[in-house]
Ligand binder design. Structure first.
Ligand code: SF4
Length: 374
C-alpha cells in the first residue's frame, strides 16, 4: 500500500509558476515562500517538487467537495444567498495550530489528518456545480495558491459554464501568481491572521508578503474581502487590531472586514473561545479606523447588527442576516441603497435570487468523483 505522499506524487503535471535559476535549481512562485528547489527537493507545501529539472504540481483530484452558502466563505458583498460550489486539494504552505480545515490542509504533515483524495476532471466539477444550482466555484479547504494550476483549469471550465470564481486563501501570494490568476479569478478572500510578523513566523509565514498581496489584489481589480479570526491573547490587542484595520482602510475603506470568533480546534486548545463582547470591541476598532463594512462572524444572533450590511451613508439596513441565512435583501437592481442612492461596493445581481441552502451540504450523488487507490 502506498503512502498518501506517494499517491499524490503520481497525480501531477508540469507546473507553470516557476523559473530555472542559473545554478539549475527551480524557483517556485506559487506562494510567498518562493522556494528554490534543487533536483529531487520538495517545497515547504509538500505538494510541489523538482523532478528531472521540471516543477511537478498537483493535478487531477480534489481532497473534498462541498456546497456552501457564499456567506460561509465569507463573501458578504457577492450575490447574497448564492450557492458556492467549493473544492479543495491537499496541503498548505503554513501550519497554523488552530486550522479549522486541518484534515485537508495538513494531510501531508499530520498522520491524524486523513482525507482520501478523489479523482475528478475540471469538466465534471463544473457540471456538478451547475447541476446543483451553484453560482460560484471556489477553491478552498487547503491553500489554493499552492495548487493554482489545477484551480485555473477548473475555473476555465467554470467560467465557460457561466460561474463566478473565487479563492479562499491565506494571502501569501507573489506578483507572478496573481498575474497568473487574474484572468480566471473574480473573488479573493484573505485570512489576515495577525499584524505581527512574529506571530506569522509562528504559523510558518511572514507578514509582508500578505500585506503586499492584499494591496495588489485590490489594485488589480479582484473583489476582496478580509477575515481575521480573533484569538484571545494571540491577535486581539487594541494596538494590533488598530494597526491591522488602519492598514486595510489605507488600501480601501470599502473592503469588507469580517472579524470572527475562535473556538478551540486542532492543536490550539489553550486560549478561551472568543466572546460576543470581544467581537463587538474589535469591530468598533475597525470602524474607528475608517472601514465602512465591518462584520462579526461565527456567533449568529449574538453580535447585535454586525451580521447585517448597512448603507455607509444613511445607515439603512440593506441585507439582514442570521448566520448564513439571508432574512431580507434591500439593494436596488443596480447595486445602490434604495433610500439615499449611495452605491454599495461588491458584485450584485439585479435582484435577490433566493437561497438554495443556508447550511453547507456534501453533494451526495456526484458520481464522477472516484477515490484514488492507495
Ligand atoms: S507553493 Fe510555496 S511552499 Fe510550495 S514549492 Fe511553491 S513556493 Fe514553495
Amino acid at each position: 500500500m502506498s503512502t498518501l505522499a506517494e499517491v499524490l506524487a503520481r497525480e501531477t503535471r508540469r507546473g507553470d509558476l516557476y523559473d530555472t535559476l542559473p545554478d539549475g535549481r527551480l524557483r517556485c512562485y506559487a506562494c510567498g515562500h518562493c522556494c528554490p528547489l534543487p533536483e529531487g527537493a520538495i517545497g515547504v507545501c509538500k505538494v510541489r517538487f523538482n523532478r528531472g529539472g521540471r516543477l511537478l504540481v498537483p493535478w487531477g483530484y480534489v481532497g473534498g467537495v462541498q456546497c456552501d452558502p457564499i456567506e460561509k466563505k465569507p463573501f458578504f458583498h457577492v450575490h447574497p444567498g448564492a450557492l458556492a460550489y467549493s473544492f479543495g486539494m491537499l496541503g498548505c504552505d503554513l501550519h497554523c495550530s488552530y486550522c479549522q480545515n486541518w484534515v485537508t490542509s495538513q494531510a501531508l504533515r499530520d498522520p491524524q489528518a486523513v482525507s482520501p483524495p478523489l479523482q475528478v476532471s475540471p469538466e465534471a466539477l463544473a457540471q456538478d456545480a451547475i447541476r446543483l444550482g451553484a453560482r460560484v466555484m471556489v477553491s478552498t479547504y487547503n491553500e489554493p495558491l499552492i495548487t493554482s494550476e489545477w484551480a485555473v483549469a477548473v475555473f476555465k471550465e467554470a467560467k465557460a459554464a457561466g460561474l463566478m470564481t473565487g479563492y479562499v486563501s491565506n494571502g501569501n501570494g507573489t506578483p507572478q501568481v496573481l498575474e497568473y490568476l487574474r484572468p480566471w479569478v473574480d473573488l479573493y478572500k484573505v485570512d489576515l491572521k495577525s499584524f505581527d510578523d512574529r506571530h506569522y513566523r509562528q504559523l510558518g509565514g511572514r507578514l509582508q508578503p500578505i500585506l503586499d498581496t492584499i494591496r495588489r489584489l485590490h489594485a488589480m481589480g479582484f473583489w476582496v474581502e478580509i477575515v481575521t479570526l480573533l484569538i484571545p491573547g494571540f491577535n486581539d490587542s487594541c494596538d494590533e487590531l488598530t494597526r491591522l484595520t488602519e492598514f486595510l482602510a489605507s488600501v480601501s475603506a470599502d473592503i469588507p472586514w469580517h472579524v470572527t470568533a475562535f473556538h478551540q480546534d486542532y492543536k490550539m486548545t489553550d486560549p478561551d473561545n472568543t466572546t460576543p463582547e470581544m467581537l463587538l470591541s474589535a469591530a468598533e476598532i475597525g470602524r474607528r479606523a475608517g472601514l465602512r463594512y465591518v462584520y462579526a462572524g461565527n456567533l449568529p444572533g449574538e453580535v447585535a447588527d454586525l451580521e447585517d450590511t448597512h448603507c455607509a451613508s444613511c445607515g439603512e439596513v440593506l441585507i439582514e442576516r442570521y448566520g448564513y441565512y439571508i432574512r431580507r435583501y434591500h439593494i436596488t437592481s443596480d447595486g445602490h441603497c434604495p433610500s439615499c442612492a449611495r452605491g454599495v461596493p461588491g458584485r450584485w445581481g439585479t435582484r435577490f435570487s433566493g437561497q438554495i441552502t443556508s447550511r453547507p451540504f456534501v453533494p451526495g450523488s456526484s458520481s464522477r468523483l472516484a477515490v484514488l487507490r492507495m
